[in-house]
Design a protein around this ligand. Structure first.
Ligand SMILES: Cc1ncc(COP(=O)(O)O)c(C=O)c1O
Length: 358
């Protein structure tokens, strides 16, 4: 952690800023909801990729973290002695990844997911000779139609296969549901749990996730834990869905106006390399705080085009804060995050799990 003191006027741009007070508030808000409903929280670190923010989540009450990739988990574990319980929500295949997974399992309490026999057999062939057995959860498709077994019967069949596999322990059920998918989670998981318990296998964990529906997570009481990711920072996509307001957006991209070629158009020094090309179904590439009249209608790599229906009213050198469409991908684009406290940049944190895609 490099100590730096700069201001919004002096920091080099484009710069990714994270407001720590808003971050803390976002973390505490969902933790309080989960505590009231007796649900454990296992935040997905894909949004921040920062061990220090994971530590804030753990201090608030999270039981561990979720990572998507093995290398991401390695970076987080190396970055904090407090990260000692990790779930990797991904089908892991291939000798090199399995070697790394075995290394991680020697350091932390580790769980992974699987939605097919090939993955289970690969995990078993590696962990049969390891000192500790690996927790494997069955990933279930409750309507998001990404990975996951399609039926509770298929989940039960894989649970039995995991249970019988050398080196593995059946860890429970996992899903990444669609928005407003609580009812589907409840019915799928209840049925799968009944089928699995009927053959004498315990289902210790049922884990669901996703920020858009997190405040209705309790409508699927069968779930024992929840994995929100984007909630930590929020973004324009979540504001547009009515999940939060601009004041809840902790991550912004600070950009400088470099050209004002006409009365209704300006160009900033943040393009697709910092705001990303992700639209997430929206029109435009971000929201300029305090300027509802401005659209960021076009990006090239290093240029962002701002247009206004009326006068753009900006001058070269002005600085703007932009809430990006999708916070998680923005943090994968920069080496470091500028930490904002009380309006000043108090520190610069290297993004430990940036670029960890394997
Ligand atoms: C498996 C899994 N769990 C949890 C999350 C967190 O979702 P969100 O960022 O909507 O909170 C994601 C996001 O992609 C995910 O893929």
């Amino acid at each position: 952690m490099t100590k730096a003191v700069s201001t919004l006027q002096t920091v080099n741009t484009p710069a990714v800023l994270v407001d720590l007070d808003i971050t803390r508030r976002n973390i505490d808000r969902f933790q309080a909801y989960a505590d009231v409903h007796g649900m454990k929280v296992r935040p997905h670190i894909k949004t921040h990729k920062l061990p220090a923010i994971a530590e804030m989540q753990l201090r608030a009450g999270a039981i561990g973290v979720t990572c998507q990739k093995v290398s991401e988990a390695e970076a987080m574990v190396a970055g904090s002695p407090q990260i000692r319980d990790v779930l990797i929500t991904y089908n892991i295949l291939g000798a090199e990844k399995l070697d790394h997974l075995a290394g991680l399992a020697r350091k932390v309490t580790l769980s992974v997911v699987a939605d097919n026999e090939t993955v289970i057999d690969g995990l078993s062939s590696k962990f049969a000779s390891q000192p500790t057995r690996l927790n494997v959860l069955v990933e279930c498709n409750t309507g998001a139609d990404r990975c996951g077994v399609p039926t509770p019967e298929a989940a039960a069949a894989l649970a039995q296969r995991i249970s019988a596999a050398p080196g593995l322990v059946f860890g429970g059920l996992m899903t990444y549901p669609p928005t407003d998918g609580a009812a589907a989670v409840e019915s799928f998981m209840t049925r799968a749990k009944t089928l699995i318990e009927a053959v004498g296998i315990a289902v210790p964990v049922i884990t669901s996730g996703g920020t858009p529906s997190m405040m209705s997570a309790a409508e699927a009481p069968v779930a024992t834990e929840y994995r929100p990711g984007t909630y930590v920072y929020n973004d324009r996509s979540l504001v547009s869905r009515g999940v939060c307001g601009w004041d809840d957006c902790a991550l912004t991209v600070l950009a400088t106006v470099v050209s004002v070629p006409s009365a209704n158009r300006a160009i900033i020094d943040a393009g697709s390399k910092s705001l990303t090309s992700d639209l997430l179904g929206l029109s435009g590439y971000g929201h300029v705080l305090g300027r509802d009249d401005i659209a960021i209608d076009q990006l090239s790599e290093e240029h962002g085009r701002l247009v206004s229906q009326g006068l753009i009213n900006l001058k070269v050198g002005d600085r703007l804060r932009i809430v990006p469409n999708h916070a998680c991908v923005v943090t994968n684009l920069v080496d470091a995050i500028n930490i904002l406290e009380k309006g000043e940049i108090s520190a610069v944190w290297p993004v430990a799990a940036r670029g960890k895609i394997v």
